[in-house]
Design a protein around this ligand. Structure first.
Ligand SMILES: [Fe+2]
Length: 206
């Protein structure tokens, strides 16, 4: 799945998880997925459909809604629910059972060129995740010809600032609290070592 395939027009539907709800255990439990996907992600999709019904956004694809509402104070609720719908779909694909390990060659080459090594890239993702105060996301992005790590607050997504997301990790407490309580670093490091889907990031490079 690439960025473009997340696009869908109203009514927006909750996309299927790309794996079973217990497939990410023991790093992310089926219980966490049950709440995170079944309640939180579904909630954003349902809210979005309610908020855009009968508006100029009703028939727009998801990414258009996000870019057209970003930074507009009177459209915050639509932006938040649209962006959280997109971000969560992107997050599920950024993880996979038996992930981690070595990135595919073309991606690895870019990672080494931008960060020095795969470990340095992982360290930067982990540091950014810890530096994000409160709810948000950490992203590996393509910015021009360079790979970068960026963090965003709440629902914000690098799509709105011209960068191309390659993968993301959700650092809202709802992503890890049931499994790790307040130990965000343990969650992020376990995800980077065991679940991160470098193949998905490599597809998004293309
Ligand atoms: Fe989340």
């Amino acid at each position: 799945m690439s960025n473009e395939k997340i696009e869908s027009a109203a009514p927006h539907v909750l996309p299927s998880l790309p794996y079973a709800d217990n497939a990410l255990e023991p790093v992310v439990s089926a219980k966490t997925i049950g709440f995170h996907y079944g309640k939180h992600h579904k909630g954003y999709v349902d809210n979005l459909n309610k908020l855009i019904a009968g508006t100029e956004f009703a028939d727009l694809p998801l990414e258009k809604i996000i870019t057209k509402t970003a930074g507009k104070a009177d459209k915050t609720a639509i932006f938040n629910n649209a962006a959280q719908t997109w971000n969560h779909t992107f997050y599920w694909h950024s993880l996979k059972p038996k992930g981690g390990g070595e990135p595919p060659a073309a991606l690895k080459q870019k990672i080494v060129a931008s960060f020095g090594s795969v470990d340095a890239c992982k360290k930067e993702l982990s540091t950014a995740a810890m530096a994000q105060f409160g709810s948000g996301w950490v992203w590996l992005v393509l910015d021009g010809d360079k790979l970068k790590v960026v963090k965003t607050a709440n629902a914000d997504v690098p799509l709105t600032t011209g960068m191309k997301p390659l993968l993301t990790i959700d650092v809202w407490e709802h992503a890890y609290y049931l499994d790790y309580q307040n130990r965000r670093a343990d969650y992020v490091n376990a995800v980077l070592d065991k679940l991160i889907n470098w193949d998905f990031a490599a597809e998004n490079l293309g």
